[in-house]
Design a protein around this ligand. Structure first.
Ligand code: H79
Length: 410
C-alpha cells in the first residue's frame, strides 16, 4: 500500500496541540497576542510538569473516535520543543518534567495501531536568528528589531531539528509543516519557501523517511493540501485534509466553551469524505497532559456514530452522482452511502439513480429501505406539484428519523 493509499482510506485523524502554552490556557498564540518577551513566557517553561501525560489514553481516545492517525506538535510557533533536541536548550528537558515526550507518544500510537504524525512549526518566536515580523511577539520592541537577524542560521537549525525528528523515533508516517505567509510582506513581513529552504528540506525529509506524507505549507507542493477553507483545492484527485478545532482554539483554552456539537463534527467529516478529503480534528490537552472532558465527550459521541457508520467513511470517497439538497454521497466501490443532513418527510428523491440500485438499507440497523420508481410512461404526463423527472429513484423512509441513520444503497 502506498502512503497516499492509507491516508485516503483512513480519512480521519487526531491533531494534538500541546506545549507550554497549554499552561497559559488561553490559545496557542498567547505569546504573540500578548506580545510576551521570552522572560515573561519562561513562567510556563519553568512550570511544565505534565504528571497526567498518558499518551496511551490519547491513542485509545483517538481510536475509539474512529481516528486512525495522530499528529502531535513537536514544536509550535513559540519554539518550545517537546523533545530533547541537541540544537537548543529550549526543550522539555529543561522543565520540571525533564524528559522526552515524543518517544512515549510514538510508542503509544504504534501500540494502538495508529499512524504517527509530527506537526512542526516553521515559524519560531524564540530562535534569536528568526527575523521579527508583524506576527512576532517582539514586533513593538524597537531595540530587538534593530539587531541583525540572519535567517540562514535559523534555516540550518530548522533542518537540523527536522533531521532529529525523523531519525530518532523510527518510522514517521506524516509531517505537517506550519506555515508560509508570503506576499503580504508590508504588513506582516511574510515568509515562505526560500526562507525555509523548502526544496532542500523536503529532499532531506524524503531521504530520511521515504514513505512519509508531507503537507503543502512549506511553500512548495507536498503530498496533500491543507485548505483553510472547508473546500479542496488543486487538480482533480489531489489528496487533501481539512484541519479543524473543537472550539476555535488549537491549544487548551480553559474559558472557551464555544464547542461544535457532535452532530456538526460528524457532518464535517462526512462533507469532507464526500469531496474525497480527510478530517484532522484537533484536541488541546491541558498542561497536565489530559484531554479535557468537553473534548472527550465529543470524541466519544463521534466514536458512537463511527461504530455504526464507519463503513460510510473508511475507504470511501466522492461519488460520481450528485446528491440531493441537504444530503451527501460517499462511495466505496458499488456501495453508495446517502447521508441525510435533514430528515425528509417519507421520501427522498434521488436523480439519475432509477434502474441502478438493487437494494437499499439503513446502515445503522441493516433494515431494508423500499425503492419506488415511477412508471416512465406516466412521469412525462405528471405535472402535479412534487412530480419527479424521469430517472429519479425514490426511497421510502420511515416518517420518524431513527436515532442514527445513514441509508446505504447498492
Ligand atoms: O497550529 C494551528 C495554528 O496555531 C496555526 N495553524 C494551525 C494548525 C495557525 N494559526 N493561524 N494560522 C495558522 C493562520 C494565520 C493567519 C494570519 Fe496572518 C495571521 C492572518 C493574519 C495573521 C498570515 C500571517 C497571514 C498574515 C500574517
Amino acid at each position: 500500500m502506498t502512503a497516499t493509499e492509507w491516508f485516503r482510506r483512513d480519512r480521519f485523524g487526531m491533531f494534538v496541540h500541546w506545549g507550554v502554552y497549554s499552561l497559559a490556557a488561553r490559545h496557542e498564540w498567547v505569546k504573540s497576542r500578548e506580545r510576551m518577551t521570552d522572560a515573561e513566557y519562561q513562567r510556563y517553561v519553568d512550570r511544565f510538569d505534565p504528571d497526567l501525560f498518558y499518551p496511551r489514553e490519547w491513542a485509545r481516545s483517538a481510536r475509539a473516535a474512529g481516528m486512525r492517525y495522530v499528529v502531535l506538535t513537536t514544536k509550535h510557533h513559540d519554539g518550545f520543543c517537546l523533545w530533547d533536541s541537541a540544537l537548543t536548550d529550549y526543550t522539555v528537558a529543561n522543565t520540571p518534567h525533564g524528559r522526552d515526550l515524543l518517544a512515549p507518544f510514538v510508542e503509544a500510537c504504534r501500540d494502538e495501531g495508529l499512524k504517527v504524525g509530527f506537526y512542526h512549526s516553521l515559524i519560531d518566536w524564540h530562535h534569536p536568528s528568526f527575523p521579527i515580523d508583524g506576527i512576532h511577539p517582539q514586533r513593538d520592541d524597537e531595540e530587538a528589531k534593530a539587531a541583525p537577524r540572519d535567517i540562514s542560521q535559523y534555516r540550518e537549525y530548522l533542518h537540523g531539528q527536522v533531521r532529529e525528528l525523523l531519525t530518532r523515533y523510527g518510522t514517521i508516517d506524516y509531517l505537517f509543516f506550519d506555515f508560509s505567509y508570503p506576499g503580504t510582506s508590508h504588513t506582516w513581513g511574510g515568509k515562505g519557501a526560500e526562507d525555509w529552504g523548502a526544496e532542500e528540506l523536503l529532499a532531506m525529509v524524503r531521504e530520511l523517511q521515504p514513505d512519509i506524507l508531507v503537507n503543502d505549507r512549506a511553500g512548495i507542493p507536498g503530498d496533500f493540501v491543507t485548505p483553510e477553507q472547508y473546500q479542496p483545492s488543486g487538480p482533480m484527485g489531489t489528496a487533501w485534509e481539512a484541519c479543524q478545532t473543537l472550539n476555535g482554539s488549537w491549544g487548551y483554552d480553559r474559558d472557551n466553551f464555544d464547542y461544535k456539537s457532535p452532530e456538526l463534527l460528524v457532518r464535517m467529516l462526512v462533507d469532507g469524505v464526500s469531496k474525497d478529503g480527510n478530517l484532522l480534528l484537533n484536541v488541546g490537552p491541558t498542561g497536565r497532559g489530559q484531554i479535557d472532558p468537553e473534548a472527550e465527550t465529543r470524541l466519544a459521541a463521534i466514536g458512537e456514530w463511527m461504530r455504526l457508520h464507519e463503513r460510510s467513511i473508511r475507504g470511501c470517497g466522492a461519488s460520481e452522482y450528485v446528491a440531493p439538497a441537504d444530503c451527501r454521497y460517499t462511495q466505496n466501490g458499488d456501495r453508495l452511502y446517502l447521508h441525510l443532513f435533514s430528515w425528509p418527510f417519507k421520501h427522498v428523491h434521488l436523480p439519475e439513480l432509477a434502474g441502478k440500485v438493487r437494494y437499499a438499507q439503513l446502515l445503522s440497523d441493516a433494515s431494508e429501505i423500499r425503492l419506488e420508481e415511477a412508471d416512465p410512461n406516466r412521469v412525462a404526463e405528471n405535472t402535479q406539484p412534487g412530480a419527479q423527472p424521469a430517472g429519479t429513484l425514490t426511497l421510502a423512509l420511515p416518517v420518524r428519523r431513527p436515532e442514527t441513520a445513514v441509508p446505504v444503497i447498492e
